[in-house]
Design a protein around this ligand. Structure first.
Ligand code: ACO
Length: 717
């Protein structure tokens, strides 16, 4: 962000002078609520209501125009009807307003894109920023101001909320109050004509009042920048995101397998994961996590203990821990030593620590206090099933005291199940904004989010290796194809590019006669594979265009004639470049590597196991390109079928090092050679450890007028 840009945002979050343009004396009007909220939130700076009718509203003198302010307001809240906004913006610019917060709706969201762009043009002339249009305003705890037309009483705290949806943002303001969650700021970004989520993230990274950032997004106009900025911000502060809605990707017919699998939502998922942003699907979970993140520290390396008075609920939580990757402390001897005295003789010290139905308030107190004080214990999950042996009021007081005393020591979440009295305990926790839930799943998933962040922060973050990478020859192959008027490269061209990249490619020759085929096979050595090569025939097997394992000249000649015959019969008008002859390779495990161009994030790469794993199970991982070695290795490990490469069922371990390098190189290729729209290496054969990987087939589609326009959506063979 430029220093002018960040100065604008500083004025937005830390205003000293606020103008309300369209301030109205009529209760119920937005211009009235805005002014009232600014006044009633106790804002200590100057407040200027603006309305041509002048007079007085709520004891403040109304100015006829923003130009009448002595000094340029930091924020001008604009709530005048749409046709007047343009004139008001011009005046705001002249008056030296820092940020025009345009509440008014009826611009780009209803198709008036040009009208909205004009507002930004005017603002730029004056060095003014715009938040909106179509926003509900901004709340800033450190500035002591609620400049929204939402609920007035927001609890000050450490969470900043950025919301693309107005209605949802306003409802969050209300719900955070009932959930006892404190906010440092809440900003509505609406149509994002100028200030967007990326600007706000950049500002909030260094905002001392904000420790956690929550983002509600439906899409991003600057996906790549969002990714880059988020990746930096999470090093300092956690970002939680709820992303809904479909993206602008549109109905693009993908020419590659990778393109077909790369749904917009999957790419968002991958980008958030890669950046270290935690994505949440349900709003309810978002509140749970916000409550947890805003009050609990990250776990220390030791495992978590579960303290419970019920076996069943303990098992439910244990299962949830396994699903959510919450490590449980497993050291029976140690746990016996620590917890035995907290329970009756028949209690269990094998995590979950079961103080039994007999265990009263004092057992809970003793067990949880011990868990808090033991260095080896990384986190605590307290579970309670209502029981006649416990006084709920007393238990509530004790648990709340433990939760408050334990704050900052180690993360602690609770789940309590029972009737009215138990719900009263939950309410006590809500009021304090502390994480106690009515379901063990929530207690576990909340602590799991802290573990995820802990792991993210401790994950080695290597930079992109600065390895020299010459693309001259690759670009020459691409421009030769373009001169032919093609965006679909021939198999042999695609393989040449990958060989230039440094991947090992199966020896392949393009031939145009049976004689040439025989010569090529003699050079390469039998057995060979013969495949039709035509940019217009994508489904090669469907037309009998692929013949494997040809053992000798006789078989090869027969295959050559048959492939040509079939291709001409089924695609009489297709241009046939020839037939490719390549070495038949046995052994190894087939994987697919690919890339596609995402409308929001740009080049992305994909990895998965070949065959049914990718086609049926869609067991693939995506990352934005380029990737570091670590990210490439995470891509491999993150698919469900990865163990197939690690030596499953007596197989030898595969050459993971070369595979990682291949993914890394592919990321570099599509990041640097931006003309590549889509690419499939399918299959890449991963040999046993130390024996490398080999590209057996590849397809590349270039960007261009007809890129992606082919009717195919299936996998290359
Ligand atoms: N300068 C200053 N004041 C002006 C000007 C001007 N150039 N022109 C008009 N006004 C005054 C009017 O006189 C009026 O004041 P009054 O009550 O004293 O007469 C005031 O501005 C408002 O004008 P109205 O014509 O009464 O308009 P109204 O208040 O009905 O609507 C509004 C204006 C709220 C901006 C409306 O056009 C609008 O866009 N509503 C949608 C807002 C919205 O939902 N935004 C998205 C939020 S996020 C979410 O989805 C929840």
């Amino acid at each position: 962000m430029t220093s002018e840009g960040s100065e604008g945002l500083r004025r937005l979050f830390y205003p000293e002078r606020i103008a309300v343009i369209g301030a109205s004396a009529t209760p119920g009007k937005i211009g009235h609520t805005l002014l009232s909220n600014v006044i009633d939130s106790g804002f200590k700076g100057d407040i200027h209501p603006i309305n041509p009718k002048k007079g007085e509203i709520r004891g403040l003198t109304v100015l006829g125009s923003v130009l009448d302010c002595h000094e340029g307001p930091d924020i001008a809240l604009i709530a005048v009807p749409q046709p007047f906004v343009r004139g008001v913006i011009e005046e705001c610019g002249q008056a030296g307003v820092g940020v025009a917060v345009i509440i008014t709706s009826g611009f780009a969201e209803v198709g008036l894109v040009q009208e909205e762009a004009e507002l930004v043009e005017i603002a730029r002339r004056y060095g003014m920023r715009i938040l909106g249009p179509n926003v509900f305003g901004i709340y800033s705890a450190p500035a002591g101001v609620n400049a929204t037309f939402g609920p007035l009483n927001v609890i000050p705290g450490n969470i900043a909320v950025i919301s693309q949806s107005g209605a949802l943002g306003i409802s969050m303001m209300g719900k955070t109050v009932t959930e006892g969650i404190g906010l440092s700021a809440i900003a509505s970004i609406g149509n994002r004509s100028d200030i967007d989520e990326v600007d706000l993230l950049e500002f909030l990274r260094d905002d001392p009042s904000t420790e956690i950032i929550f983002l509600y997004l439906e899409g991003s106009k600057r996906g790549r920048r969002l990714f880059e900025v988020a990746r930096e911000v999470v090093k300092k502060k956690p970002i939680l995101v709820v992303k809904s809605g479909s993206s602008a990707r549109g109905a693009k017919a993908a020419a590659s397998h990778t393109g077909t699998l790369a749904g917009a939502d999957r790419i968002f998922d991958a980008a958030f994961e890669q950046a270290g942003v935690q994505r949440i699907t349900e709003m309810e979970d978002a509140f749970n996590l916000l409550r947890t993140f805003s009050t609990q520290p990250l776990p220390s390396p030791g495992g978590t203990v579960i303290v419970t008075n019920g076996g069943g609920i303990g098992v439910i939580a244990t299962d949830a821990c396994e699903r959510h990757d919450v490590p449980l402390l497993e050291d029976p001897e140690y746990l016996e030593g620590v917890f035995r005295e907290t329970m009756p003789a028949y209690g269990s010290t094998v995590n979950p620590i079961d103080i039994t139905g007999q265990g009263g308030e004092d057992s809970y107190e003793m067990a949880i206090t011990k868990a808090l004080n033991e260095d080896r214990i990384g986190g605590v999950i307290g579970l309670h099933c209502q029981s006649g042996t416990v006084d709920p009021k007393l238990l509530g007081d004790i648990l709340l005291k433990l939760a408050k005393d334990g704050r900052g020591k180690k993360p602690m979440t609770f789940a309590l199940i029972g009737g009215r009295e138990v719900e009263d305990i939950l309410d006590m926790f809500y009021e304090e904004g502390l994480p106690a839930f009515g379901d063990p799943e929530d207690a576990v998933s909340s602590i799991a989010a802290l573990y995820r962040r802990y792991r993210d922060l401790s994950r080695p973050r290597t930079d992109l290796e600065e390895q020299d990478f010459d693309t001259t020859e690759i670009r020459r192959i691409i421009s030769a194809a373009r001169q032919d008027g093609r965006v679909q490269l021939l198999e042999t061209e695609a393989k040449q590019i990958l060989a230039e990249l440094g991947l090992e490619v199966v020896p392949t020759r393009l031939v145009r006669t049976a004689e040439e085929a025989v010569r090529a096979a003699n050079e390469i050595g039998y057995p060979v594979v013969a495949k039709i090569v035509s940019p217009e025939i994508i489904h090669k097997t469907d037309v009998g265009g692929v013949r494997l394992n040809l053992e000798d000249e006789r078989e090869l000649r027969e295959a050559y004639t048959s492939i040509m015959h079939q291709a001409r019969k089924m695609h009489p008008r297709a241009w046939i470049a020839g037939i490719s002859i390549s070495k038949m390779i046995h052994g190894g495990t087939e994987v697919i590597l690919g890339s596609t161009t995402d409308a929001t994030f740009g080049p992305v790469i994909m990895f998965g196991l070949g065959g049914i794993f990718v086609e049926v199970l869609k067991d693939v991982s995506f990352r934005l390109a380029p990737v570091t070695w670590n990210e490439a290795s995470e891509m491999i490990r993150s698919i469900r079928t990865a163990p197939m490469l690690f030596g499953a069922r007596g197989e030898k371990v595969k050459d993971l090092r070369t595979l990682t390098e291949s993914i890394y190189l592919l990321g570099r290729l599509v990041d640097e050679v931006t003309e590549i729209a889509e690419l499939d290496i399918n299959p890449l054969r991963v040999m046993d450890m130390g024996e490398g990987c080999m590209v057996l087939d590849a397809r590349i589609t270039l960007k261009g007028p007809s890129s992606g326009g082919h009717h195919n959506t299936e996998v290359n063979v």
